[in-house]
Ligand binder design. Structure first.
Ligand code: SAM
Length: 294
């Protein structure tokens, strides 16, 4: 049994996908196509579909102040992970990009999911990385914002749906959560969080403070989904937090619950039992996905 390969305890963010493997992208701080992306992408697609249905709207303004790149190369590890996953909303949404060996950003997934429901999704994006901003400029119909940082973009947010997804929300939530809560007064806000609570009491206390702050300040509709970072020995959880107007939270809740439990169940039950003595051939399976990297 190997340990979770995502071991960054006490270290600054490390490069997860070296420049060589990331192809046309600068080196990434995490591996696109990890379980967190699966969870986040599934939620984003379900939320946009619920908004299309519930509010009979024609246009949805989507803001991503931490947008990353429009697309990413599909690494061998992510391809193997997604092939093991087999089916689900994330794979359906990514199908067009997977066919050409790429993974779409959440913003492009949301736009495609909206279009499939007859909704025009207007994308506004920002990223502190100039190369990623330049890549967005090449995407038709996307407004690339100019700002000092994602927080400034979030502070001025005026959108129906906002994704809050810097790498380090757990470390920076005291600054960013109030901005997200304010943005939630105008629409749905989806936050991605890499929850390091299993790594020690300091992280767990910090997470508890975050949850208390959400309870104190967030609007009434708060839904939270969580999956382990690793099938065998998770040392963190991928977590998504939806701040939404009550009507939207109610309408999207059943699908979010079903999709999240299905994914969590597959990950947890795979790691629950190991036939460690048998050779991989005798085990009669691929042995599940490779070790998870964030
Ligand atoms: C996890 S990636 C974003 C993925 C994207 N939201 C998606 O779901 O497809 C995080 C991005 O946040 C950017 N970032 C980190 N801190 C930032 C800041 N303070 N302002 C703007 N962008 C930031 C990084 O450059 C990186 O591209």
């Amino acid at each position: 049994v190997s340990v979770d390969s995502d071991d960054r305890e006490g270290l600054p963010w490390s490069w997860k996908v070296p420049a060589l493997e990331s192809g046309d992208q600068p080196a990434m701080l995490y591996e696109p196509g990890n379980w967190g992306d699966v969870l986040k992408g599934s939620w984003a697609v379900l939320i946009v579909e619920a908004q299309a249905k519930a509010q009979c709207r024609r246009v949805l303004r989507y803001l991503d102040p931490y947008a990353g790149s429009p697309t990413y190369p599909l690494t061998a590890a992510s391809a193997q992970r997604l092939s093991w996953l087999g089916a689900g909303r994330f794979l359906d949404a990514q199908a067009l990009w997977l066919e050409i060996g790429r993974l779409a950003s959440t913003a492009l997934l949301v736009r495609a999911a909206g279009a499939a429901c007859g909704l025009e999704v207007r994308l506004e994006v920002f990223d502190s990385d100039p190369q990623r901003r330049a890549a967005w400029c090449e995407q038709p119909g996307v407004r690339v914002l100019e700002a000092a940082n994602g927080e400034a973009v979030l502070r001025a947010a005026d959108a129906d749906m906002v994704l809050v997804d810097p790498y380090d929300f757990l470390d920076r939530w005291p600054e960013i959560l109030p901005l997200a809560v304010q943005a939630a007064q105008g629409g749905a806000v989806l936050i991605y969080l890499y929850n390091k609570s299993p790594r020690g009491s300091g992280h767990a206390r910090n997470y508890k403070r975050l949850r208390d702050a959400i309870e104190r300040t967030a609007p009434s509709g708060v839904l939270i989904g969580r999956v382990p970072s690793d099938v065998v020995l998770p040392r963190a959880f991928h977590e998504v937090i939806l701040l939404a107007p009550p009507g939207l939270a109610e309408s999207v809740r059943p699908e979010l619950l079903r999709t999240t439990k299905r994914l969590a169940c597959k990950l947890s039950t795979t790691g629950a039992f190991e036939d460690a003595g048998a050779s991989p051939k005798d085990r009669g399976s691929t042995g599940g996905p490779r070790r998870q990297r964030r």
